[in-house]
Design a protein. Structure first.
Length: 287
């Protein structure tokens, strides 16, 4: 979320238009900060830089998800295993209502849950609750329902926190600032630049360590509240690290660094999330 003010000043100060664009960028950096979620039990409350509208990115997400689904369907790879699809959707159905703890509007999102037949170890949740699991993640790692729930909670957390929108905003701010400055100054073409940044954030997201940590925290709480054992986070990441041992990182790990201290972080959260899981069990929501 850092705007590199020093380099911008050095390159734009000599010109009037440069100073105007710098002012516009700094103004957006101030007014574009928001907190997208409530803190929950795990206490995520970081302010985020947002320079692109949620509506714009949501539209891109809908179009991208539909395109991906249609391409998979044309190949016969969309939900070819009814039992697996039913399993993943059942887990999602239990987690979705729990999102109200972090965002009261989230349960009413247009949730979609599908499975693509692929050897990739991958899963994601686009803005608006558009979830996609790759079958290889489940079959190759032999995931339990609890482990699937931890993955799903993590991916849903990215959508709740709008990390894709934040990343697109950071990319805009980290570059020259020309597109943002032009938008404020009424110069044409800025809208297209913003759209390009948003699309890139959706299809080629590489979340930061901060984003990943937040998704771990929120995801574990979501899984626990839905009645899935949060201890599965430990076994999940051990499986991930084993799958990555001696090989090039699989797609899932290329955007989700699986270090040993990640397991330690999950262990440190257990005193917070285990009571939520136990309460869910008492309500009859256990897996």
């Amino acid at each position: 979320m850092i705007i590199r003010r020093t380099s911008i000043v050095a390159s734009t100060a000599p010109s009037t238009i440069g100073r105007a664009m710098l002012f516009a960028l700094l103004a957006l950096g101030t007014t574009g900060c928001e907190t997208t979620t409530q803190s929950g039990s795990v206490g995520v409350n970081r302010s985020q830089l947002m320079l692109i509208s949620a509506e714009q990115l949501d539209q891109m997400a809908a179009e991208t998800y539909t395109k991906l689904s249609n391409e998979a369907a044309a190949k016969g790879d969309l939900n070819p295993d009814p039992a697996m699809t039913k399993r993943v959707r059942a887990i999602a159905a239990r987690i979705e209502p729990q999102t109200k703890v972090f965002r009261p509007d989230a349960p009413a999102w247009p949730w979609q849950v599908n499975v693509i037949k692929s050897k990739e170890l991958n899963a994601f949740c686009m803005p608006g609750g558009r979830i996609m699991f790759y079958s290889g993640l489940i079959t190759q790692l032999d995931l339990t329902d609890d482990e699937i729930a931890v993955v799903m909670g993590h991916e849903i957390a990215h959508a709740l926190r709008e990390h894709s929108r934040e990343q697109a905003s950071q990319q805009i701010a980290a570059q020259t600032g020309l597109g943002v400055g032009a938008a404020v100054l009424g110069v044409g073409g800025a809208g297209a630049d913003l759209a390009a940044q948003g699309y890139q954030a959706l299809v080629a997201t590489k979340f930061s360590r901060t984003d990943e940590n937040e998704a771990d925290l929120i995801g574990l709480e979501l899984a626990a509240r839905a009645g899935y054992n949060p201890r599965a986070g430990i076994t999940l990441w051990k499986k991930m690290m084993q799958a990555n041992a001696g090989n090039a990182p699989p797609e899932f790990l290329s955007t989700h660094p699986a270090e040993a201290n990640r397991v330690q972080t999950i262990e440190s959260l257990l005193p917070i999330v285990m009571p939520l899981y136990q309460a869910a069990v008492a309500r009859g929501a256990a897996s």
